[in-house]
Every structure is written in structure tokens, then in C-alpha cells.
Design a protein around this ligand. Structure first.
Ligand code: BES
Ligand code: MN
Ligand code: MN
Length: 461
């Protein structure tokens, strides 16, 4: 067993500082592995990534490490780190709480390696940021946990279960099965999710809500086969136009989601500065924001719908025929408080009802479903987090919603209703999650490690 390095709060800054160089090197090692689980061509890479995480957990002093796989699912790593000085016999006295540290080791596709300033799987530092696919989402989360465990020499002040899944970016389709099968291995009092973001590199956040997500593939069919567009065009329509008309009904004139039956929430969060928001996002000159309500209300507490892709003839290969069938993937984000099953029915019915011209339509649900999640930050675990995070970052903690989704959270909360859920992370508005040139701010990564190390010390009190 490695020597415990840190025991008290005062010793933590030094202990954390001493593990950061190695943690950054290991973050680079993980970023080099293209663990795109959603792409079957990268299934072996995802398995290699799980092996690498398991090895890092062993090196950090885990008492046991296992790789869990549910039927058809991606490999997840689970490792246990007993509390320092914990009694071998649990009946001997009050036990330290068990804290589950969550992150995911799978990453999004690159969106075209040639668009990146440096290759996505060659981690590269520029201006204090480390660039690479997964550098922020979520290999920085994985390494935050491992660095904290190393700073404690593998024996933290609370019992720790490290859980790093490999299919979050696919909507965690086998997570329910995994949680059911390994319930006892994962049981915990507090869960720390390191997969979210802070509003600025020196302002720590507690994420209080996430949106849910459902998606479908809608296919429209009009003809048995392609036919001459001049001979028949006019009386005969084409399926691509019918699909576009269907998709165009998803928003109303002002850009709000027009699907009936969805929950629309409100937010009293102060509005964000629109020019800053526009430049963070990269909106082009003259392009308007869509929908109504404050920006936080729109992004965190209301539904959003988007077309993610269309299968239809490519322009370069297009010819003078009427397209017989076409399909699109439609993604719907859900407000906290909504229900994914109900929302899926609402979206399906909307699409079926709005297809014009009697075209045949089929709507097939995707496998990745995330329930939305909202929480109130009252209780001792949240007080501990506020003390730890504000001390580590040097600024007060802000509470924030997030427009993205993490399927594990609602699933875990359903399995362990008594556990306190802390959603944190080391992303920032410049991280470009899922985009080109994703990155993590290295100084903030260090603050995030210290914050989580201090959190474990606070939770032990
Ligand atoms: N880490 C993100 C969610 C996120 C993004 C939180 C930015 C905070 C700031 C997560 O990996 C993610 O992208 N989730 C997917 C889930 C989906 C596949 C069910 C998402 O939101 O698209
Ligand atoms: Mn993530
Ligand atoms: Mn993601």
C-alpha cells in the first residue's frame, strides 16, 4: 500500500501540488486513446481505455479493481479505496461515509480530424490549456478523481468507490442493467459527478439541474422508387421536401419548441451577457437567438429540439429524380421535471401528425435516453462542498443549471434515493465540449483536484 501523503486539510494543498504533474501526464495518456464507444470501429480502443483507467486505479492504491460489462455494453471500471484507519470490523464503530466518484472514459467523435488545430488524439498544450478530444469531457473528470486518491496515498478520509463508465456519450443504454446487477458494489451515501462545468476558471459551481434527452429517427416515404423529376414533378411530391416540412413544424414562428405536452420551466437566474454568450458559442454576425425567455431559462429549463442529421442524396450525387424516401435524427432536450417516456410519445405523435401529403412515416426511438434531473442543495454534503470549493478556488460557489444531460445521475438517484448528489467538474465556457478543439484549462484542473480533495476531508468531519 502506498504511503498516505495527506491526512489533514492543511496538508492538502502540498499533497495535491505534488501529484499534479503525474496526473497531467496520465490525462495525456488517456486522451491518446480514441475511446469513441459509439463508433464500433473504436470498441477495442474503448476497452483499452478501461484497462488504462483500471491500471491507474491500481497504481493509486485501490484495494480492488474490476471491469464491469453488462450484456452489449461498454466496459466500466469500479475500484474501492477503504477509508484511512477504517476498522476492519464494520461493527466496531461508526463507519466513515462511502463516497462514489463518477466520471466517464468514452468520448465523442472528432467531427473531422482535419478541422482541429492539433490532432484530436495528440494532447497539446497552448496558452495554459490542454487540447484534445476528451481532454475536458470527461477524461479530466477521470483524472480529477485519480489525482485526489493519489494525494491521499490511496487511503482517503472517507470510503471511496470510483466508478468510471464507458458509454455515457451513447446515452448509457446498459446502465440500468449494470446498476441492478452491481447494486451492492456501488452503494454509497454521497455521489460526486465530475462531468460538468464552471462559469469561469476561478469560479466554482455546483450544478443543480440537467436537462433530459430523447431522440428519434423519423423516416418519410412517398414513392416505390426514384422517378424523373420533370416528367412527374408537380403532381408528385418528393420525400425530402415532405421531411423538411415535417421538421419545420418542430418550432413555432418565434423559435420556441412547438411539440405539445412538454414541460416548460422557469428560472430566476440572472440573465447572461448576450455578447459574451454569442462569442462563447461562435454565433455569426446577424444570426438571432431563437425562442423566448432569458438565456439561462432557455438553455436550462425549457425544452430544445434540433435536427442532428439527415440521410438523403448528397448534393454532389444528386440527379433529376424525385427522392422516394428520406430520414432524419431529431433530438429533444427536456426541462427538469419532465418525463422522458412522456416526452418521447409527444415527439413521436407530433412527427406522425405533421407529415404532409399523406406520406408514409415511421418514427423509431433511439437507445440513449436521459431523464432530466434537478436537486436542492440543502444538507451537510452540500455545505461541505461549498466550504471546500470556495476555499480551493478562492471564490464563492455559484449554483448553476446545465443544458446538457448525464443519464447516470437520475438512474443513480433512483437506485439510491437517500444519497446526496454533487454535480461538479472542470469544464469552462471555452472547453468546446463535443466540438472542434476541445480543451481543459490546466490551472482549473489543479483547482478542481484540490477542491475535491478538500471535499472528502470535509465529508469525513
Ligand atoms: N459532460 C456532458 C454534459 C455536460 C456538458 C455537462 C457541458 C456540463 C457542461 C456529457 O458528457 C454529455 O455530453 N452528455 C450527453 C448525454 C446524452 C448522450 C444522453 C449530452 O448531453 O449530449
Ligand atoms: Mn461528459
Ligand atoms: Mn459529452
Amino acid at each position: 500500500m502506498p504511503n498516505p501523503r495527506a491526512k489533514t486539510l492543511d496538508e492538502l494543498p502540498t499533497a495535491v501540488a505534488s501529484v499534479l504533474d503525474a496526473a497531467r501526464a496520465d490525462l495525456e495518456r488517456l486522451v491518446r486513446i480514441p475511446s469513441i464507444w459509439a463508433d464500433p470501429a473504436h470498441a477495442d480502443d474503448t476497452r483499452a481505455c478501461a484497462e488504462a483507467v483500471a491500471e491507474l486505479a491500481r497504481d493509486a492504491g485501490a484495494a480492488d479493481v474490476a471491469i464491469l460489462v453488462a450484456e452489449g455494453g461498454a466496459p466500466a471500471v469500479v475500484a474501492h479505496f477503504p477509508a484511512a484507519g477504517s476498522a476492519p470490523d464494520p461493527a466496531a464503530g461508526p463507519r466513515a461515509p462511502t463516497v462514489l466518484l463518477y466520471a466517464h472514459h468514452d468520448v465523442q467523435p472528432t467531427g473531422g480530424d482535419e478541422h482541429w488545430t492539433s490532432p484530436p488524439f495528440e494532447p497539446t498544450e497552448r496558452d495554459g490549456r490542454l487540447y484534445g478530444r476528451g481532454a475536458a469531457d470527461d477524461k479530466a473528470g477521470v483524472m480529477t478523481h485519480l489525482a485526489v486518491l493519489r494525494a491521499y496515498g490511496g487511503r482517503p478520509p472517507v470510503g471511496v468507490t470510483l466508478f468510471v463508465e464507458g458509454e455515457e456519450e451513447s446515452g448509457s443504454p446498459t446502465l440500468t442493467a449494470l446498476l441492478r446487477e452491481y447494486r451492492d458494489l456501488l452503494a454509497s451515501d454521497v455521489i460526486v459527478i465530475a462531468d460538468s462545468a464552471n462559469p469561469a476558471v476561478d469560479v466554482p459551481a455546483l450544478t443543480t439541474s440537467l436537462r433530459g434527452l430523447v431522440d428519434v429517427v423519423v423516416e418519410v416515404a412517398m414513392l416505390e422508387r426514384p422517378v424523373h423529376s420533370g416528367v412527374y414533378g408537380g403532381p408528385v411530391g418528393d420525400a425530402l421536401t415532405a421531411l423538411c416540412r415535417t421538421l419545420a413544424t418542430l418550432h413555432d414562428e418565434s423559435g420556441d419548441v412547438a411539440v405539445a405536452g412538454l414541460l416548460h420551466g422557469t428560472s430566476d437566474a440572472p440573465d447572461v451577457d448576450e455578447p459574451t454568450f454569442r462569442s462563447d458559442v461562435g454565433l455569426l454576425d446577424g444570426v438571432e437567438l431563437i425562442g423566448s425567455g432569458s438565456i439561462p431559462e432557455r438553455a436550462w429549463h425549457r425544452p430544445a429540439v434540433a435536427v442532428l442529421g439527415i440521410d438523403a442524396p448528397r448534393v454532389a450525387e444528386a440527379s433529376n429524380v424525385l427522392v422516394p424516401r428520406a430520414r432524419a435524427m431529431v433530438s429533444l432536450r427536456l426541462a427538469p421535471g419532465d418525463d422522458a417516456g412522456k416526452a418521447l410519445s409527444a415527439l413521436t405523435e407530433h412527427l406522425e401528425r405533421h407529415v404532409p401529403w399523406g406520406a408514409q412515416v415511421s418514427v423509431v426511438a433511439g437507445t440513449g435516453v436521459a431523464e432530466p434531473f434537478g436537486l436542492t442543495t440543502t444538507g451537510s454534503a452540500y455545505d461541505a462542498a461549498r466550504r471546500a470549493f470556495s476555499a480551493a478556488y478562492g471564490n464563492e460557489v455559484v449554483e448553476t443549471g446545465i443544458g446538457g444531460s448525464i443519464p447516470f445521475i437520475a438512474e443513480f438517484a433512483r437506485t439510491f434515493p437517500g444519497a446526496a448528489v454533487l454535480v461538479t467538474g472542470v469544464g469552462d465556457p471555452a472547453s468546446r465540449w463535443h466540438g472542434i478543439d476541445e480543451s481543459v484549462h490546466l490551472e482549473m484542473f489543479g483547482r478542481g483536484v484540490l477542491a475535491e480533495a478538500m471535499l472528502l476531508a470535509e465529508l469525513a468531519r
